[in-house]
Design a protein around this ligand. Structure first.
Ligand code: ZN
Length: 475
């Protein structure tokens, strides 16, 4: 029987950069064959007349797996297939520095990827064409965007993506911070001279933006917990399977009391939902995880927690804050499908504590596609508790700043019962003011959350969910 060897190459469907001007364009590739034995010789990337070839010279052997299943494994949805992928296929990154071209915002092009291999004595070449766009993150004084949930090759289910590469991507794409949250089972060395914290320190020095070390820890009774602001010099840290949810929350709070805290990762995700809602003391939850829009179950649960804790919030200012994260594994880049904008008016790049504090205090918006949106009440930012007598009106100010090519199509303001109290479609410009008359005011303590919808063209819907502003009528 005669057959021609085929070289399979998987790449993202669209390539986008967010820095201005764009620096490095990187295309992650997974290369495999379904028959025979071979060598992948090189991959090349060509864009705007510039080209770069990367030498790979890596062995490849037959992998019996469908393209859909390969994608599932690379995305971190299915970890069991990873050893097979690692042993048979090739992961590579085709990258090209286009900074010299000073490509203007919004410019599009076609990135051409070429992969050359030798399979069973034949030269084989596969070509891909991938649309590229030079996009830009919105800019707004005091606001810094970042990813609250990112993995690197410290995680057992991530392949060949060093922490420094994640950090460089974040910096090149205009992020103000990046939280590294590798699985605790892979972080064998937290505080050592070349440990996790030290690598974050180095990445932070190289990029000039806060690269914050954190851990994702699995509870014994199910669920993943993002452990933030842990003691950087501690020899011990919570690990997978060590504690049930309740004790894990406490162990994190104790780790560097009162600075350390935790957030429930993907609380209702099919792959690992939170195991025990009687646990208390967590600082927040991931409202968007690998999502462009929030799951309604998660939104309802979050509002329920905010309502339950309302008396405590009005007294102390503490509440269950929402964050967004990409949970990026192999193929995904930080910030794709899950992003967090933080309001940090006194941001200073080397100071991680400002970022940790803004996230804990809920001075943040959760964004599916990096669009920035937020609101204030009587000039007070999200995360605030206002005291206004029942006879006073409330002045709402909404701001909405999309990523290149997108626009805000809807603003919905909700009260504590998820009831819409204000809604508008296709708001003009980038800001809107609205006054709630005293007659519409809730006589009880309440809070407001705004949800913004963004679109590109007719499709590609994404959302921004703000953290609440609390309003108490008891002055
Ligand atoms: Zn994760």
């Amino acid at each position: 029987m005669l057959f021609f060897p085929r070289l399979f190459v998987l790449a993202p469907q669209v390539i986008e950069t967010f820095g201005t001007p764009p620096r490095t364009v990187t295309v992650p590739l997974f290369i495999w064959i379904t028959r025979g034995e071979g060598y992948v010789q090189n991959c090349a990337l060509n864009l705007f007349g510039l080209a770069k070839t990367t030498t790979l010279n890596t062995r490849v052997s037959a992998l019996d797996m469908s393209e859909a299943r390969v994608m599932e494994v690379l995305d971190g949805e299915n970890e069991t297939g990873l050893p097979l992928l690692v042993s048979k296929g090739v992961y590579a990154e085709a990258s090209l520095d286009i900074s010299a071209l000073r490509v203007p915002e919004g410019r599009t092009g076609l990135a051409r990827v070429t992969v050359d291999a030798l399979v069973d004595g034949r030269c084989v070449r596969t070509r891909l064409r991938i649309p590229y766009r030079a996009s830009r993150l919105p800019k707004e004084p005091g606001w810094y965007g970042g990813d609250c949930h990112t993995h690197s090759s410290w995680s057992p289910d991530v392949w060949l993506i060093p922490l420094s590469g994640r950090a460089r991507y974040a910096w090149e794409n205009g992020f103000g911070f990046l939280i590294m949250s590798d699985h605790s089972s892979g972080v064998s060395d937290w505080a050592g001279p070349d440990g996790y914290v030290a690598q974050c320190d180095r990445a932070q020095q190289e990029t000039g933006i806060p690269i914050l070390p954190a851990l994702e820890v699995e509870a014994r009774d199910g669920g993943h917990y993002l452990c933030y602001s842990l003691k950087p010099t501690s020899a011990q840290h919570p690990t997978d399977g060590q504690y049930p949810c309740r004790d894990l929350v406490k162990a994190v709070s104790r780790h560097d009391f009162p600075l350390s805290y935790g957030m429930i990762a993907h609380p209702f995700a099919a792959r690992s939902p939170w195991g025990d809602w009687s646990a208390y003391g967590f600082a927040g939850l991931e409202l968007m995880n690998r999502q462009r829009t929030a799951n309604r179950t998660t939104v309802q649960a979050w509002f329920g927690l905010l309502r339950t804790n309302l008396p405590h919030t009005v007294a102390t200012g503490e509440f269950v804050a929402a964050i967004g994260g990409s949970d990026s594994h192999n193929f995904m880049q930080p910030g794709s499908r899950g992003f967090t904008w933080a309001y940090i008016p006194d941001y200073s790049a080397p100071d991680r504590s400002k970022v940790w504090e803004a996230i804990r205090r809920g001075q943040t918006s959760v964004s599916g596609a990096k669009d920035l949106a937020y609101f204030t009440v009587d000039g007070q930012m999200q995360g605030s508790v206002l005291r206004r007598g029942p006879g006073e009106p409330l002045q709402f100010h909404f701001r909405y700043l999309p990523v290149t090519g997108r626009r805000c199509t809807q603003i919905t303001l909700m009260d504590k019962n998820l009831k819409k109290v204000f809604e508008t479609v296709r708001p003009p410009g980038s800001e809107l003011r609205w006054t709630m008359p005293p007659s519409d005011r809730d006589p009880e303590d309440t809070f407001y959350v705004a949800a913004f919808t963004f679109r590109e063209g007719k499709g590609d819907v994404s959302e921004v969910w703000t953290n609440p502003v609390f309003v108490s009528s008891r002055v």
